[in-house]
Ligand binder design. Structure first.
Ligand code: GLN
Length: 274
């Protein structure tokens, strides 16, 4: 009898310890679930970019990550919208196909909002005002307009609005490159007469001294273009990104990032570009 109750006593202790272990385990599981839950609220957004378009996006020289206006802007939008931004580098002409197949959730790559692209993807509200410029060799004073490039050799980046503009020039011999720096280098090497590219990028390349003896042909831009963040067609992310963008425009963060990269006050942006 005594033996039996001792056994019962031990059994009680054992059950007690087991239940305690269970409670601790469940509490730990519970805590885990909670933290997974809160990181699900801070959903990860896979964002494509072509990092060869400074000052908008490029690989940091120091072997660091990506840097540029678009990179800072996208991170600030993510922060404002409660989204964790993860960048993925892609060639520019691979970005829209990646959005269409859903391998990425968004793209920020100095991408001009055009009617044609807007059929394939959905854009955020405009986040930057840009336009195309003609780049020529420093000594060239004959190039004063798109018209003056008739029959000349023009280098462009594949799949860009600059490439579309070059197609309008009668008799021009167009060479396409995978990136804008390669097209500009071709001009610096004297192998083409002009490059048609986004003005802020060409001006930045000239100013930084990366592309020697090249200048922008005219002060007047060929086009007025607005950049947008592209997302899969009708993605619910559009609303989140627009809300984040509005927050940082209103609270001054946008202006701070703009000043960091362009050393001037940002212009007024329209609500839509098309
Ligand atoms: N803004 C131009 C376009 O959208 C060029 C963009 C780029 O090369 N990243 O076509």
């Amino acid at each position: 009898m005594l033996k039996f109750s001792r056994f019962r006593f031990l059994r009680h202790i054992l059950i007690g310890l087991l239940s305690l272990a269970c409670v601790v385990t469940f509490a730990a599981c519970g805590a885990n679930t909670t933290s997974t839950g809160s990181s699900a609220a801070g959903e990860t957004l896979k964002v494509a970019t072509e990092p060869a378009f400074p000052p908008f996006e490029s690989q940091a020289a120091s072997g660091g990550g990506l840097e540029g206006f678009d990179i800072d802007l996208m991170n600030a939008i993510g922060e404002a919208a409660g989204l964790t931004v993860e960048f993925e580098s892609l060639p520019f002409d691979g970005i829209i196909p990646a959005l269409q197949s859903g391998t990425v959730d968004a793209a920020i790559s100095a991408m001009t909002i055009t009617a044609e692209r807007a059929e394939a993807v959905s854009f955020s509200r405009p986040y930057f005002k840009a336009g195309l410029a003609i780049a020529v060799k420093e000594g060239d004073s004959a190039t004063t307009s798109l018209d003056s490039l008739k029959g000349k050799r023009i280098a462009v980046q594949i799949g860009t609005t600059g490439a579309d503009e070059a197609k309008k020039v009668e008799g021009a011999k167009i060479t396409t490159f995978d990136s804008a720096p390669l097209a500009l280098q071709e001009l610096a090497n004297g192998n083409v007469d002009a490059v048609i590219n986004d003005a802020p990028v060409t001006l930045y390349a000239v100013k930084s001294g990366n592309i020697p003896s090249v200048k922008v042909a005219t002060d007047k831009l060929l086009t007025e273009e607005f950049y947008g963040i592209a997302m899969p067609k009708d993605s619910p992310t559009v609303e989140q990104v627009n809300a984040g963008l509005k927050t940082i425009i209103d609270n001054g963060k946008y202006a701070e990032i703009y000043k960091k990269w362009f050393d001037s006050e940002p212009p007024q942006l329209p609500e839509t570009a098309l």
